[in-house]
Write a protein that binds this ligand. Structure first.
Ligand code: 1HN
Length: 355
């Protein structure tokens, strides 16, 4: 298993007899572990995912063409998938995460459904559209984060005059790996309104939660909050940058929290934002989390393994597990990221290596 401790070599005769043994085992679906052990148990993470970058306007062009050809209702979700070049045919941007850009044109509705996959939406362009979660609408502004946690009804609508485009981040490959997918459509296109817009944020988004007495005591939903506006997270990030020194490996960073648990926003997806001051360069870091980043503001550069990418607003990059990563900000650089860190932490597997 260790490269510096080779196993004693096999004699030719022994090898021939082993091959005969394998030939007889194969039809019975039996295989020798010792032939594959070093590929199964590696000293460090081995991933098929590779670093990659997509520029927003490039993807947007294809998405708008799709907008001329298929309606949101026909498509159910009109999305162009960002697929990792190392995972062809898997509709995955990392082995655990999915990414896509979704377009909803003025007047369209993406019909109501629910599924075991957890999803986040990060608004890339436009405002005034909404996602309704269990019948409560969250009206979108650019760079807002909206969650549709697993098994919650959700539909999207765009009553505004402009196209709306967002980044969809889901845990599709994770749920697929667990063979735990379920999905269903609601009979109606839109979920009936259950609460006025903003009511969940008023109840749970300000360090407060509803309190009732005795038998009235209310169960707190698993993920009560589903809208994290840009105006709020960017103000917090700017305040952090005024009061603290940047972390040498990730700059100023704030994680989005589930107020019910104090942990990651959803059971399978972690999300955070970062700010690198102009001229700041991080040190090199590796981590076992795979991450999808998008640039909110500014320009700079990222080195991911042996790749270097120039960054400008709304570029999207994927950082595979254990790839040595270093960021440089030419101007104030603001990033949004979602990752599979929470899964790894729950499994006691998460690791970082900072130089
Ligand atoms: C989904 O429900 C949405 O609700 C977007 O907008 C993308 C990709 C696969 C499965 C479900 C949405 C999706 C998805």
């Amino acid at each position: 298993m260790h490269e510096n401790q080779p196993h004693p070599p096999l004699a030719n005769e022994q090898r021939a007899q082993l091959e005969t043994l394998y030939d007889e085992m194969r039809p019975r679906h039996l295989y020798p572990l010792w032939e594959v052990l070093s590929a199964l148990v590696t000293p460090e993470p081995q991933t098929r995912a590779v670093p990659a970058k997509w520029s927003y306007n490039d993807v947007r062009g294809y998405l708008m063409r799709a907008g001329d050809l298929i309606s949101a209702e026909q498509a159910e979700r009109r999305v162009v998938i960002l697929e990792n070049p190392g995972l062809p045919g898997e509709s995955a941007i990392t082995p655990r995460l999915y990414a896509g850009l979704q377009l909803v044109l003025p007047g369209e509705i993406a019909p109501c459904h629910r599924h075991s996959q957890s999803a986040l939406r990060f608004i890339m362009e436009g405002d005034g559209a909404y996602t309704a979660v269990d019948g409560e609408k969250a009206f979108m502004k650019q760079f807002d984060l909206i969650l549709t946690p697993n098994w919650r009804w959700h539909d999207h609508g765009n009553p505004s005059a402009n196209p709306i485009i967002w980044l969809d981040g889901l845990d599709i490959p994770t749920i697929r790996a667990l063979d735990a997918q379920f999905a269903e459509r609601l009979d109606e296109t839109s979920h009936p309104e259950t609460e006025p817009p903003g009511s969940t944020r008023a109840k749970f988004g300000r360090g407060l939660r509803p309190l009732k007495a005795g038998s009235q005591r209310q169960e707190i939903p698993r993920e009560p909050l589903f809208h994290y506006p840009y105006a709020e997270w960017s103000a917090s990030l700017d305040a952090l940058a005024l009061s603290d020194a940047p972390d040498p490996h990730i700059g100023h960073a704030l994680e989005f929290l589930n107020p019910s648990t104090g942990g990651a926003v959803m059971p399978t997806i972690s999300a955070h934002v970062r700010l690198l001051p102009a001229g700041f360069e991080t040190r090199t870091r590796r981590s076992t989390e795979s991450a999808v980043f998008t640039v909110i503001e500014g320009s700079g550069e990222v080195e991911i393994g042996d790749q270097t990418y120039q960054l400008s607003p709304r570029d999207m990059v994927v950082v595979p597990s254990w790839a040595a990563t270093r960021w440089r900000a030419d101007s104030k650089l603001v990033l949004f990221a979602y990752t599979d860190r929470v899964i790894q932490e729950k499994l006691c597997l998460y690791r970082e290596f900072c130089t």
